[in-house]
Design a protein around this ligand. Structure first.
Ligand SMILES: *Cc1c(COP(=O)(O)O)cnc(C)c1O
Length: 311
């Protein structure tokens, strides 16, 4: 009895390792000191968690969020189905992973890109994904139980993964960002889209550590509720800053565009304007405004996403 139980545990962790090995992922991702030439940055200890280096294709936090969803796919799964926009980092990562693992994948895409496919969509086609372009109106139904039931009828034994990979198991995968650290940061900074990444970090932090989310879209109140809904307990050591969304999701201001360009000239790491550009922009402003106490250890999580900036 005991021996078979141990064998079973061993097999599970071996399967997990096999996926990470097969995809040649750099896990744990590197954590690097960061010394920008920003005013007051020299009074702080800044680090960047390089989740953008996990894999050349699979975008950083999207792997964290998908890891357990992929690991825990039921044996009889015949197909994976998910949702996203025409530049989606989530669809991009998931399509690549499914193709590598030999699982058929269907992407339900908001809007019709058949006449002018984005680089993301071209990649999905090259990875043998099935693409379904749907109207904005139909796309709004993506969480309704009736719509999901119809997908199940069309594709029996399909596993449906929500937009952005924001299923509950995403939090467990994201939490590993903190488990990989060899020091205890006072602040952890991440961009906030759906809030799942922020929510995944919080349970892994102690009460003296603060998770600071930077909203990339207009969602004051709404985003806080989303994070609270995902959190297993009522933690209070987190907050979301709403000052740096630059007009909304995928919107950008001339300042942000300028910032991303200057950043590329002065640093070896790359950022893009939808998520990480807004994150580093906010970090710079907060540091210049002396938001953090002198000597604080600040971890900025580079969540990847550079593929989405191709045109
Ligand atoms: C999706 C994404 C985010 C947002 O993550 P959420 O869990 O939805 O808040 C942040 N950064 C990048 C690069 C992303 O692709």
């Amino acid at each position: 009895m005991q021996i078979s139980a141990i064998t079973k545990i061993y097999k599970v962790s071996k399967v997990k390792r096999m996926i990470e090995e097969k995809l040649a992922l750099s896990i744990p991702s590197p954590c690097e000191p960061f010394q920008p030439n920003w005013k007051h940055a020299d009074k702080l200890n800044l680090f960047v968690k390089r989740d953008d280096l996990i894999h050349p294709v699979i975008s950083g936090n999207k792997w964290r969020k998908l890891k357990y969803a992929i690991d825990e796919l039921p044996k009889h799964t015949s197909r994976v189905v998910s949702f996203g926009g025409g530049y989606s980092n989530h669809l991009h990562a998931l399509s690549f992973v499914c193709n590598e693992l030999g699982i058929p994948f269907t992407a339900i895409i908001r809007g019709d890109y058949s006449a002018s496919p984005t680089p993301m969509i071209k990649d999905l086609l090259s990875w043998n994904s099935e693409l379904l372009f749907v109207s904005k109106k139909e796309y709004q139904l993506r969480e309704s139980s009736e719509y999901l039931l119809n997908i199940k009828l069309r594709y029996p034994d399909a596993e449906i993964i929500p937009e952005g990979g924001k299923q509950l198991s995403a939090l467990k995968g994201v939490g590993e960002i903190i488990e990989e650290l060899t020091f205890k940061p006072d602040y952890v900074l991440v961009p906030v889209g759906s809030g799942a990444t922020l929510a995944g970090l919080i349970p892994k932090l102690s009460i003296s550590q603060h998770a600071l989310g930077i909203a990339v879209l207009k969602g004051k109140g709404y985003l806080e509720t989303e994070v609270e809904r995902l959190l297993p307990s009522s933690a209070t050591n987190w907050s979301i800053n709403h000052d740096y969304h630059h007009g909304g999701y995928a919107k950008r201001s001339p300042e942000l565009t300028q910032f991303c360009q200057t950043f590329a000239q002065n640093n070896t790491l790359l950022i893009e304007p939808v998520y990480t550009g807004k994150l580093f922009y906010a970090a710079k402003k907060l540091i210049e405004d002396n938001y953090f106490r002198s000597g604080a250890k600040i971890l900025i999580v580079h969540t990847g996403g550079l593929q989405g900036a191709r045109d």
